[in-house]
Design a binder for this molecule. Structure first.
Ligand code: UD1
Ligand code: CA
Length: 478
């Protein structure tokens, strides 16, 4: 026979996310500040989702609509419900603002802070389990605590002579003796929902901050003879709160260090300077790829095996095939680079550009919403926008697709085996057929037939290249 109640109470989650976060010194609500590119609130709501609660209630206030939008970007609106706290009168008041939705429920309420992003679902599950199993009948409250070498800023856990929970004292209200205590309140708790809302009625704001503290609830419960339990946790990184930018930077560094060491040890990636590279946790990098100093890889980027990424390059939400060499100072956003391509230095790919296998983009070349075909090259000083370029085509230095007429964007189509001469202006919409050649400085305003040489301003037909004649130098550049 088990000591535990056979039926566990249903679980609800409440996330506190209404505060502005004064200590951030920001116009942006704290929970919207980003860690590894994602708003803090999304880490907490995702961790909560993993427990499959009945519902996740989120207390919003400052920039509430934006917080709501951030959460709903990742979470189904059937899972989440939003509760508005009009005035931020403290964490106790924040919980109280959900009273009408929760007070009558026979459930367990897991309370989380929107500014404690690193908490893992496994830890939350263990907390809930201990809460339910406490003395065979469940506790009224279980507090997740941790010991910190520097507990400054956190609420301290005061235990009685028997080592049992007595009360939580906020940093600001603490005496020097209490400030010596290094066991802190993580701001993460499980409550018996009905007992929580009953106790909240007795919370007063007689403290230094004049706030209604949720942290007063456990001691009120204890005084009323209820069981208040502690769930001591060992990983202090997980409960680190973000109250200021220094703490946010610390978490960013912790995440980055973890990501890079995993890439080195489990995936075989070489980092020339692991300290200066910045790699998103959502990115993947393959075996024997070499990352030079000051490289940033953001979002859901994938870099395959055997690539070299040189210093100063940023890659955001892009895919890079194997054996690709990206030279210094490139910016690659929302784009795709095929196997064995070469990019840079100082190249810019954006707007769903695509380089096919073995193609090359060189110095000071920008591709916007452009496809560069297999083995084609654009080596120097070029803008290609809204263009489709075939295979084995060479785009000469200084080529520009004039894709914008002041009102609308137009497309340029260039075929296979084309030679676009240096300084050619392609006035879109325009098509250059397979095997065509444009002379240096051509301004191409009309479609060019296949195998035709055009030159001049505006470019006119000079010859049909199929009728074999010795090639004249029209200023092509390779
Ligand atoms: C709180 C705890 C402290 C604990 C720490 C852990 C209280 C009184 N103190 O302190 O014991 O060690 O968390 O990180 O609870 N919020 C609202 N409405 C409000 C006030 C706050 O929604 O009126 C939200 C904030 O947006 C934030 C969370 O509650 O997400 C915590 O508030 P914060 O002011 O950061 O509390 P701490 O001072 O960190
Ligand atoms: Ca906090």
């Amino acid at each position: 026979m088990s000591d535990f109640p056979t039926e566990q109470k249903a679980l609800d989650v409440l996330i506190l996310a209404a505060g502005l976060g004064t200590r951030m010194r920001s116009d942006l609500a704290k929970v919207l500040h980003r860690l590894d590119g994602r708003p803090l609130i999304n880490y907490v709501s995702r961790a909560a989702t993993a427990l499959a609660p009945q519902k996740i209630y989120i207390v919003i206030g400052h920039q509430g609509e934006d917080v709501k939008a951030a959460v709903l970007a990742e979470l189904d609106d059937r899972q989440a419900a939003f509760v508005v706290q009009e005035k931020q009168l403290g964490t106790g008041d924040a919980v109280n603002s959900a009273r009408e939705f929760l007070q009558g429920r026979d459930s367990t309420l897991l309370v989380l802070s929107g500014d404690v992003p690193m908490i893992r679902p496994e830890t939350l599950a263990a907390l809930v389990q201990q809460h339910h199993r406490h003395r065979g009948k469940g506790a009224a409250c279980t507090i997740l605590t941790v010991k910190l070498s520097d507990p400054t800023g956190y609420g301290r856990i005061v235990r009685d002579d028997a080592g049992l929970f007595e009360r939580i004292v906020e940093q600001k209200d603490a005496t020097d003796v209490i400030r010596q205590i290094n066991e802190i309140n993580s701001g993460i708790y499980c409550f018996d929902t009905q007992k929580l809302f009953a106790a909240l009625l007795s919370v007063r704001n007689h403290n230094l901050q004049g706030e209604y503290y949720l942290t007063d609830v456990p001691s009120l419960m204890r005084e009323a003879g209820e069981d208040v339990a502690i769930f001591p946790h060992s990983d202090s990184n997980e409960i680190e709160g973000v109250n200021n930018r220094a703490q946010l930077a610390d978490l960013e560094r912790i995440l980055n260090r973890r990501t890079i060491s995993k890439l080195m040890l489990d995936y075989g990636v070489t980092f020339i300077d692991a300290k200066s590279a910045h790699i998103s946790t959502q990115a993947f990098i393959g075996r024997d790829t070499i990352i030079h100093p000051n490289v940033t890889i953001e979002g859901e980027s994938v870099i395959a095996d055997g690539c070299t990424i040189r210093s100063g390059t940023r890659i955001t939400n892009s895919q890079v095939g194997h054996g690709v060499e990206i030279l210094d100072n490139c910016v690659i956003v929302n784009s795709e680079i095929g196997n064995n391509c070469t990019v840079g230095p100082f190249a810019h790919l954006r707007g769903n550009s695509k380089m096919e296998e073995g193609s090359k983009v060189g110095n000071f070349v920008e591709l916007k919403k452009t496809k560069l075909g297999r083995s084609s090259k654009a080596n120097h000083l070029t803008y290609l926008g809204d263009a489709t370029i075939g295979e084995s085509t060479n785009i000469g230095a200084g080529t520009i697709t004039c894709n914008f007429d002041g009102k609308k964007k137009h497309e340029t189509h260039i075929g296979d085996n084309v030679k676009i001469g240096s300084d050619t202006m392609l006035v879109a919409p325009v098509t250059v057929g397979n095997g065509a050649v444009t002379g240096a400085g051509s301004v191409v305003t009309k479609d060019v037939e296949p195998d035709t040489l055009v030159a001049g301003v505006p470019a006119r037909i000079k010859k049909n290249l199929k009728e074999n004649s010795p090639g004249s130098n029209v200023g092509e550049n390779g």
